[in-house]
Write a protein that binds this ligand. Structure first.
Ligand SMILES: *Cc1c(COP(=O)(O)O)cnc(C)c1O
Length: 391
């Protein structure tokens, strides 16, 4: 039994591999946007399980859906139709306004969703892929190849051949690089792990035109931006385009591991029997959670809430003297600091009872539950003002 945060660190160190380093806090329970640590201290959690807990912790709709499903069955495999996965697939293409024109492949994580997208691109008969510097697409070998962060890639070379990285948002470079041998261009609409950096205005539209002109697929990695995070179901709806493939995970399962690769139009039919599979893909319990997330976002008007609250937080944060600028959309927010002291700020905020993510030395990332209240946001901004006053 772990009895305290210090105790948690000791047990973690001896039992778990060191790939994450040892965390400071042991979290033992949560409710909505609140979490409690092993010393009994509570926090407003603006990390949100890294953008996964769309409805916060222990949301009644998720608890009910998951409990009812596990009592029926936990897993059946893809040798049988699993009604919950079908219902979730239909709901997803529906909220994407793509009913009848898109098909879903369920996987278990963001990296796997991008692996499947990469495999779909091979089925075009072409092998050239364009990705972007600073982007994050996951840690498995294919997804890692797409990831535009050399520090994460270099220890694991050789990677998958055929992938070229361009400067993020550079339309001219994209125009020059894409030709009729290009299988796909993959874009993260807002670099999340890269520090909450939105694509420049017009970039997604230009990428849509360039890929279409060359018969290449446009793949959008919406693992972090999807499922209401930006105040729309998906980032591509804000850009007014439709990709050929888009990938989801993080918020989709409401805290359970669930990913999806969604093909649109002809790209929905490239996968044939035997081309791909994953044992747990479309797991009924995870899909029941996903359905609860989508139904609750609709029922509680959370897209409007996310847009309005995101704007309020950005407007107030921008007024703080230590804040250099605010980036992002909805409740995916990057707060730029005037000095590279995000770790110090995050530590002070933790002591004040707020969990935030120092994603870059000069940037704090917020990806709280979509259900964060205005009062919780106000408390966070008050604490941020206090903790950055003397920096
Ligand atoms: C987190 C993330 C991934 C990887 O997801 P995992 O579930 O960790 O494999 C891929 N793409 C983006 C944009 C992400 O934010």
């Amino acid at each position: 039994m772990i009895e305290s945060n210090v105790d948690g660190q000791a047990h973690w160190k001896s039992a778990l591999m060191d790939n994450y380093g040892t965390p400071q806090l042991t979290l033992v329970r949560g409710e909505g946007a609140l979490v409690w640590d092993a010393d009994g201290k509570s926090y407003v959690d603006l990390v949100g399980g890294i953008a996964t807990n769309a409805l916060g912790q222990a949301h009644p709709a998720v608890v009910k859906a998951v409990s009812e499903q596990i009592a029926k069955f936990g897993h059946v495999s893809n040798l049988y139709v699993n009604p919950v996965a079908v219902e979730l697939a239909e709901a997803l293409v529906d909220v994407a306004s793509l009913a009848g024109n898109a098909k879903v492949l369920f996987v278990n994580s963001g990296a796997e969703a991008n692996e499947a997208a990469l495999k779909i691109s091979r089925l075009t008969g072409r092998t050239k892929i364009i990705a972007f510097d600073g982007a994050f697409h996951g840690r498995t070998m294919g997804a890692l190849t797409l990831t535009g962060q050399p520090g994460k890639r270099d220890p694991f070379k050789p990677l998958v051949p055929g992938v070229t990285h361009l400067p993020f948002g550079d339309v001219d470079a994209l125009k020059a690089a894409v030709d009729t041998e290009t299988a796909a261009v993959i874009i993260e609409p807002i670099l999340g792990e890269g520090g909450v950096i939105p694509a420049p205005d017009g970039f997604l539209q230009a990428a849509r035109d360039i890929t279409k002109d060359n018969g290449a697929l446009l793949i959008l990695d919406e693992v972090q931006t999807g499922i209401g995070r930006l105040g729309t179901w998906f980032a591509f709806q804000q850009a007014g385009i439709v990709p050929d493939v888009f990938t989801l995970a993080k918020g989709l399962g409401g805290g359970l591991p669930l990913g999806a690769t969604i093909g649109v139009g002809a790209a929905a039919d490239l996968m044939k029997p035997g081309h791909h599979g994953t044992t747990f893909g479309g797991n009924p319990v995870c899909c029941a959670a996903g359905l609860a997330v989508i139904k609750t976002i609709i029922k509680d008007d959370l897209l409007d809430h996310v847009s309005a609250l995101g704007k309020d937080i950005a407007a107030r944060a921008e007024q703080l003297p230590f804040v250099a600028g605010v980036r992002g959309a909805g409740l995916l927010i990057g707060i730029g600091l005037r000095k590279p002291v995000s770790a110090t700020v995050a530590q002070a905020m933790q002591e004040a009872g707020y969990l935030v993510n120092p994603i870059q030395p000069d940037t704090i990332r917020l990806a709280p539950p979509l259900t964060l209240s205005a009062e919780q946001a106000d408390g966070f901004l008050d604490a941020l003002e206090t903790t950055t006053k003397d920096l």
